[in-house]
Write a protein that binds this ligand. Sequence first.
Ligand code: SAM
Ligand code: SF4
Length: 338
Amino acid sequence: MAGALLPPLTDPYHRKITYLRVSVTDRCDFRCVYCMSEDMNFLPRGEILSLEELDRVCGVFIASGVRKLRLTGGEPLVRRNVMTLIRKLGQYRADGRLDDLTLTTNGGRLVKYADALYACGLRRINVSLDTLDAAQFRMLTRWGSLDQVLAGIMAARAAGLQIKINCVALKGVNDGEFDRLVAWCGDKGFDLVFIEVMSMGAMANGARVDQYLPLSTVRERLARRWTLSETDYRTSGPARYWVVGETGCRVGFIAPTTENFCKSCTRVRLTCTGLLYTCLGHEDAVDLRTPLRASEANHRLIEAIAQAISRKSKGHDFVAGRDDVVPASPRHMNVTGG
Ligand code: SAM
Ligand code: SF4
């Protein structure tokens, strides 16, 4: 399959699908309060795509014009032998069939994996870090250690990886930390992206309704302390960026609930069970695991992918920023992949 070229994937709104996010596991060594409950039930292993199956699906997408691939989860680096998959995907980058291979990680295992990731062809990664306060970090991640993550980030930088920090903005929780994060990222040379908390998964305490903080407010508050100049810098992700005059680094904002980024969406997501979601905000998904397992040939898989893309919706349905913010998606982020 690897060498064959397939027709490019174009949705009904003429958007070309060039970016695939893949959740390689639903499991994680942290239990972030906005992402998981503490007593998560994980999926039976048989439901999770094997590393070989993940490689096969990625190969079909790459043959169909996907140029950027992001691995996520759960925590991608907790998946056993994940480096064998990353090494294979790195080959696509090495021979020019992928422009970008990257990863979103909680950083907890970067000390161990940073050099290997660089050797596989990764050049940049996103690391989630919501606070620089150790006690708050422990409260937010439940099981994480700030020291370990900071050591991981430094190991990644030393390995040559460019780092972008992702921070979920939570009202009354980490909003006192934002200036410190901007200063710290500026000092280290990292871009910082704020993410608006999304209502994903049925959480017992409904915490995210109270903690919802519009990023327009975050930006306004940052602008009191920092000189922010809007830039037209874009990645293939949905963030909009401002340059911080004092540090020269960028701050980005991903606000799916308040700003429409659907028009230019080129992304699709594959869950670790092989469901292909063509929009984070829609429940409509196509099962790729059945065609994958039904035959060693790829024609049924290719058909299923084409069918999913032909149903990609025009935009998402998130409703937020009000007291009655509703869970727009009953899926947990760790299954879909953030
Ligand atoms: N474990 C990795 C990590 O934390 O970076 C990758 C998976 S995680 C689901 C991907 C991103 O989604 C993280 O930056 C995380 O902060 C974000 N995230 C998780 N739950 C979220 C939610 N309810 N709203 C907004 N972002 C969320
Ligand atoms: Fe794990 Fe990432 Fe979810 Fe935190 S946000 S629980 S690190 S998957």
